[in-house]
Structure formats: C-alpha cells, structure tokens
Ligand binder design. Sequence first.
Ligand SMILES: [Zn+2]
Length: 264
Amino acid sequence: MQDGPEPDARSFCIRKELLDNATTLFRGTTEPRIIFRTKVVKTDPVVFDMFINWLNHSEDPVPYLPCHYSQEPWRSRAVDVWLFAKRICAPSLERYALSQVVRNCAMQDSSAFACIEREAKAKSALRRFSNHWVAWNCYLAPEGQSEYVDLAAAKLASVVNSETNDPRIFEIEHWYSPCGDDINSSCIHDPVVRENAVNELFASRRPRPEWGLKWEAENKASREKQNPVPSTLKAKNSSAAIKLNPPPPLPPRKTQPILSSKLK
Ligand SMILES: [Zn+2]
C-alpha cells in the first residue's frame, strides 16, 4: 500500500482483509499494490501513520473520562483523522476518531472547530458534536469572552440553558442520530436517561405467579385483605362461624300434585 502516487510515496505492508474491513474504497480490487490518491491523503504523513496504526490494532472508540486526555498525536490530530476517515469511507475509524475528538476537545483551540465548520458537512457526526461543544462553551463563558465567539455555532448558545448537558457525556451513536442536532436532547444516548429507563423497565416487571403452596398462601392473604374476617369469627372454634352465619332460608315449597290423581 502506498500513501500516494508520487515516486517518493511511502509503502506499507497491510493484510488486504484488514483494509477491506476498514474501508469500502478498495473492495474488489485485485491489484497487489494499492495506491491512495494525493487528494485523499492530502499529503499528511502523520494522519496516514495514525490510520496504519489504527488498522494494525483495530481499537474500539475510547470512553470520555473527565480530565483524561490522550497521548499525541491523537490529542491534537483527531479531527484530521475523522476527516480522512470520511474521505476513505472508513466508518469504524470515523467513530474512533470522533471518540478521540470528544475526549480531547477541551485541549483544542478555536482553529480546530473553525476547521470542522469548513470541512465537515452540516448534520455530520463531527459537526453535530462541534456545534454542541461550541454553543455550550459560549453559554458558560462571560458574555462575549468565549474564544469561540467568531464561530458559526456560537449563535446556538441562545438555545443553551442551565439544564443543557456537557456534550462529552453522550454515547458516540448520539452524534450519528437526528437527536444529535438537538442541543437540549434528553434521548437514550444520555447515560442518566438510559439508566433511569432501565430501572423503570425492571420495576414494571411483575414476578410470575408461582403455583403450589406459596401461591395459595399469598392468595389466601390477598382474599382476607379484601374481605376481612370479623374478629368474632377468628375464634378457635369453627362452629361459632356456623352459628353466626346461618345459611339463607329456602323458599317455601309448593305441594307437588300427585301425578296419578291428575290423570283421573
Ligand atoms: Zn441521542
């Protein structure tokens, strides 16, 4: 694999299935040597090295941990890798790079978000996260003092309120969903909303009735609760109950005609 068509392009040896799993760009190609176009790589050797390293290790997205930042080059180059992943149609690398953007966004200056506004399409995952982050920071900063004040997303600060979440807490799928456009979303991608929903689900599940002695005992208790037995009936002698609750009297019976006399 070469990182460009130029004579001085660098070569890397990568298993074809690793590349095919990561990107659809070269699927079906039987050429033994794969050459990336200059337009795709944009002559950025660091980003290409990060791509090769990720291919070899196939890491999952990193979680957001407050005050934890990645080592370089991920700390400062995650936005460039996300844009590269988009160009080479590599969705897993895209998600991984976005998780690195989320983790390290507090260490970036406004130029990284200006780059996102220039390069990432509206409603793309990176743009959604960037919009929320910029708007939230503009809201928190004293008026007009945010370093992001000149960015387009600064206007979105008007919809932020005291209930608006830190965008870093959302699951990565939030940014790939329409709810990622809503800065005040209370969707299932918010870990607190998700935990509450799971708790409610478990609370609403009634245990299945058990048959046998336990079921009988529980139902007897339930019946007695609905129709309490008068205290006078709680006597040990059960004959007391019979005396106090005599059966209703039967209606008087008519004298039956004698069949033989009727025939006469
Ligand atoms: Zn969501």
